[in-house]
Ligand binder design. Structure first.
Ligand SMILES: [Zn+2]
Length: 470
């Protein structure tokens, strides 16, 4: 809906009736949500949301994150100034370094920008690789446009893709023509408190392993709000995605924020609207219980198979269904959580991480030797994980290291020959390398195991039609 064509009288009526008001000036629609007298959420995108928050304190305006594109953030700033009737931006807080949270920093040049102490370096690194990121994102846009052709236009997936295309096109244009690297100038390691008179902002470093490693959370007790960047998502109870995470720190940070029962009413992330305080408390309770149970099991000398059975979703953890998430998804997430928390407690090293480091430092030959060595190593030292190995392969593809990626996918085929996805990934690797025969061979193998692999079907069709054209 574009309101610019609606007569002013209806517009003022809408302002009274609707909590969300639309003020688009072009194809991207900017919306806002007045959470309270002092808090305004401004965003665009219906499904894939770009969202920033403005808080009006006695001592000035405080911004949480600045969005994906300066052109959009300029529009957000106008809405904020109009709604509050002021423009005294004192602080901008970046929840982490990612471009979709910091690209709009330049729109608040008068403000002091705050982040974790490692964020400026990460942002500088992103800036150095900016042309590459833009090229990759533009390639992604082309892929999305192709995907859209096969989708029902009104489906949520199609809407999400259209949102992503719109914001990505603006972002790429901005990153090429309208972007000034604007780094945080006030950084902290552990915690920082801003006393803004009527509002307090408690900034806490969250710790390694859940999203980027420089994530902070911001608690505003007077408004009972918690801002968590990309750390949490209301559609998931995932705790860990590898064994490298700082659970003890997460627990102490969350216990501190949630120590009073009504300390947090709403939790704002940057893409998915808001979560309830109960959801985040449930996540914390789940983590604490899992950590304590598995620590005790480790002391007892149990093995992973026994642990997985004793602490299964059905036996002990079905209480996480209070999150409202589909139980089948919760079971899957719980299985992964148990596995990674166990590896973490046993202090096992991730083979994928070690091999990835060797590739970066010494190249593929050394990595192949390391792989053989790890395979023969005692089980209490390393662990192999299909998902982590697959992720490493795709990281290498992103770094344009196709041959290395294929070696990793081959290892995964050797390690997990029963799994369809390892063949799908190897097929993709060969496809990107231009080895069509091999790509077809592995996509076919993947489909043999899982005929429902729709990506595999689509890729095979494409490869075969390209072959006929040759
Ligand atoms: Zn992020």
């Amino acid at each position: 809906m574009k309101l610019k064509r609606i007569p002013l009288i209806f517009l003022s009526l809408l302002l009274v009736l609707m909590p969300v008001f639309v003020s688009a000036t072009d194809e991207i629609t900017v919306e806002f949500d007045r959470v309270s007298e002092r808090v305004l959420v401004v965003k665009s995108g219906k499904v894939y949301t770009d969202q920033i928050v403005a808080l009006a304190s006695k001592k000035g305006m405080v911004m949480i994150d600045t969005g994906i594109a300066p052109t959009l953030t300029e529009k957000y700033r106008k809405v904020i100034e109009r709604e509050f009737g002021r423009n005294d931006f004192v602080y901008v807080i970046n929840t982490h370094y990612h471009w979709d949270h910091t690209n709009g920093n330049q729109i608040f040049p008068e403000a002091v920008i705050i982040s974790h102490e490692t964020s400026p370096d990460r942002m500088r690194q992103f800036d150095q690789g900016r042309p590459n990121s833009v090229a990759q994102r533009r390639a992604r846009i082309t892929q999305w446009k192709n995907q859209l052709k096969g989708l029902e236009p009104d489906s949520e997936r199609a809407q999400r893709i259209r949102d992503a295309i719109d914001s990505s096109e603006i972002t790429c244009d901005d990153l090429e023509n309208n972007y000034i690297l604007t780094l945080p100038t006030l950084t902290f390691n552990d915690r920082l408190t801003l006393d803004m008179g009527d509002l307090t902002f408690n900034l806490l470093y969250f710790g390694e392993g859940l999203h980027t490693g420089d994530d902070i959370i911001i608690h505003c007790p007077e408004e009972k709000l918690l801002f968590t960047g990309d750390l949490f998502y209301k559609g998931s109870m995932s705790i860990a995605f590898s064994s490298q995470f700082d659970a003890p720190r997460w627990m102490s940070v969350m216990n501190e924020v949630l120590k009073d029962e009504d300390a947090v009413e709403w939790v704002y992330d940057c893409h998915n609207g808001r979560m309830s305080g109960e959801f985040i408390s449930l996540w914390r309770d789940y983590l604490v219980e899992l950590w304590n149970d598995l620590s005790a099991a480790s002391e007892e000398g149990l093995d992973l198979v026994t642990v997985q059975d004793r602490f299964s979703y059905e036996n002990k953890y079905s209480f996480i269904s209070k999150s409202g998430i589909d139980p089948e998804q919760l079971k899957r997430e719980h299985q992964n959580n148990v596995k990674y928390v166990w590896y973490r407690i046993k202090e096992l090293q991730s083979a994928a991480t070690v091999i990835g480091q060797v590739i970066a430092e010494s190249g593929m030959d050394a990595a192949l030797k390391k792989y053989a060595e790890i395979k023969d190593a005692p089980v209490e030292k390393y662990y192999f994980d299909e998902v982590e190995m697959n992720r490493l392969g795709y990281q290498l593809i992103n770094q344009n290291k196709l041959k290395e990626a294929i070696e990793i996918f081959k290892m995964n085929v050797e390690l997990y020959p029963e799994t369809w996805n390892v063949y799908d990934s190897l097929g993709e690797g060969y496809m990107l390398l231009g080895e069509k025969e091999l790509a077809i061979k592995y996509y076919e193998k993947s489909l043999e195991i899982n005929p429902d692999n729709t990506n595999g079907v689509a890729m095979l069709e494409r490869l075969k039609s390209e072959k006929e054209e040759l």
